[in-house]
Design a protein around this ligand. Structure first.
Ligand SMILES: Nc1nc2c(ncn2[C@@H]2O[C@H](COP(=O)(O)OP(=O)(O)O)[C@@H](O)[C@H]2O)c(=O)[nH]1
Ligand SMILES: [Mg+2]
Length: 253
């Protein structure tokens, strides 16, 4: 065999492996179901009801921050947002959302929106039942013709059964259009464990035969990782849906 031929074989193997890898990655990242949030919000608008998204995850992963970033994306796309402050547990959680709400409204002043703030906060302070506040917020949004309700929830550990039951209840009684699990890329495989256990807990503690499970992932703190991008593939594999929200908006906490 000439050296020229060996080179050809080598090239064929390299390009075949590259193609196979590319096909596998595309297959892994291909959503199992199509989620087009903007289109779905418009569909809810046509039904004269708000589109409801619930954010869940463990403490400190970036639920509230990324909820604010998603609010920004929604208002940039012309939708009004009601933030439901359902983390009634962590000190400062409501004030944190209030700060985001003020900043978002300063980017989109009410004068440009018929005098109405484009983002509002629905809050009842601390210590109250989160599921009840979410329900009131959704009813308020329907009455006030808000396009989207973003439900913030308290962080909880995936093994804490009472708190997971409370989350399952919040989801079961409010039936959000989208349940997003927020996980930080920084923790690597730990995020996969969290995701699987949150999903399982929603199934176990649901009050219905057809439990509402997690629809997608918001993967946060991508800016803080270097070589843990593999977590994206591990997380995406069970659900085939993810959002990677850029951390470039200077919204603060
Ligand atoms: N570097 C970085 N920090 C983030 C990101 N998202 C959130 N954080 C920070 O993580 C901390 C916890 O965020 P927070 O939204 O309060 O988490 P929550 O407890 O899940 O609501 C805050 O200091 C945020 O500024 C991100 O994408 N990148
Ligand atoms: Mg929070």
């Amino acid at each position: 065999m000439s050296s020229n031929k060996i080179l050809c074989v080598f090239l064929a193997v390299a390009s075949t492996v590259k193609q196979a890898l590319q096909d596998s990655l595309v297959q892994i990242l291909q959503p199992k179901r199509r989620v087009d949030i903007l289109r779905d919000v418009m569909e809810a608008q046509s039904q004269r009801r708000p589109f409801v998204i619930t954010f869940c995850g463990v403490n400190g992963v970036g639920k509230s921050t990324n909820l604010a970033k998603i609010s920004y994306w929604l208002i940039e796309n012309g939708f009004s947002v009601l933030i439901a402050a359902c983390d009634t547990f962590r000190a400062g959680a409501v004030e944190q959302l209030r700060t985001h709400q003020r900043r978002l409204n300063s980017l989109h002043p009410p004068e440009k929106h018929g005098g109405r703030p484009v983002v509002q906060l629905y809050e009842k302070g601390y210590g109250k039942d989160a599921a009840g506040i979410a329900m009131e917020a959704i009813a308020y949004a329907r009455n006030q013709a808000f396009d989207v309700v973003l439900v913030d929830t308290a962080g909880r550990m995936q093994d804490n059964a009472p708190l997971m039951t409370a989350l399952a209840k919040l989801i079961a009684v409010n039936m959000p259009d989208l349940v997003l699990f927020v996980g930080e890329a920084l923790v690597g495989n730990e995020a996969v464990d969290q995701l699987v256990k949150f999903n399982q807990a929603l199934a176990d503690h649901s009050m219905s035969d057809k439990p509402r499970l997690i629809d997608g992932i918001v993967l946060t703190k991508f800016d803080t990782i270097d070589d843990k991008v593999d977590v994206l593939f591990l997380l995406v594999t069970p659900l085939r849906m993810y959002l990677n929200v850029s951390h470039k908006f200077a919204l603060g906490n």
